[in-house]
Design a binder for this molecule. Structure first.
Ligand code: SAM
Length: 221
């Protein structure tokens, strides 16, 4: 079952979808998303994705409450499900119902919602993951604050995102240009994002080692 929490949300209000968000683009892109994302990982984001997945796998424990925010077509969730014997409670949230439709094979609660206004009480999750999602909203700081709010003290938040650093290859540069001009996302300043995480109360912030136009970090809540 998919719970849709976006129907009544007007555009333009703080913490809700705005015309600067990218949900409509992903609704249209859903069917071909896997192919273009694989290309991005092969030529630019793969190192950061590995760092992210390594951290997440190490943290995952049976019985945890886990949420994958901006889950897309479920790339991260399928890998998560192979960890900790699959014995944890998983929620998948995305603003695009079309993207979430591709996750119907994954055992999880699927929620259509906005990361700037997460429909969960404070301190709900032990582990929150967000891969290539925070750069798709107009206000990443607001999303970060929501990630912190719904994570329990002692929990973790793991993020991988497009970063404003040079690409290693011509193809990497071309993909970066395509992502920006197609409106699929922005290339965020990782140091600024880390400072924002510190300001909203992350106890410890670890930048995971990776190079190229992508960055990953682990926040200790
Ligand atoms: C680049 S895709 C990443 C998908 C997936 N995490 C992955 O690793 O392949 C970005 C996702 O963010 C979702 N998204 C965009 N704006 C959002 C918002 N305000 N709240 C939640 N998800 C959003 C899009 O629908 C899309 O599925």
């Amino acid at each position: 079952m998919i719970v849709n929490l976006l129907d009544d949300i007007p555009h333009g209000a703080t913490g809700q979808m705005t015309p600067f968000d990218h949900q409509a683009i992903y609704d249209k892109a859903a069917d071909g998303y896997g192919r273009s994302h694989d290309r991005w990982l092969r030529h630019a984001g793969g190192e950061a994705q590995c760092a992210f997945e390594g951290a997440v796998t190490a943290l995952l424990q049976p019985g945890m409450r886990v949420i994958d925010v901006a889950c897309g077509t479920g790339t991260v969730a399928r890998r998560l499900r192979k960890g900790a014997g699959g014995a944890f409670n998983l929620t998948l949230l995305d603003a695009s119902a079309a993207m979430l439709d591709h996750c119907s094979d994954i055992t999880a609660t699927r929620v259509v919602g906005c990361m700037k206004n997460l429909p969960f009480p404070d301190n709900t999750f032990d582990l929150l993951t967000c891969a290539w999602g925070i750069e798709t909203v107009d206000d990443p700081a607001k999303a970060l604050a929501e990630f912190m709010r719904v994570s329990r003290p002692g929990g973790h938040i793991c993020i991988v995102h497009c970063a404003d650093r040079p690409a290693h290859s011509l193809l990497g540069r071309a993909l970066r240009h395509r992502i920006t001009t197609s409106g699929r996302g922005r290339f965020l300043n990782h140091d600024l994002l880390s400072r924002q995480a510190a300001m909203i109360g992350a106890k410890r912030i670890q930048t995971l080692h990776c190079t190229g136009p992508a960055a990953a970090m682990l926040l200790h809540v």
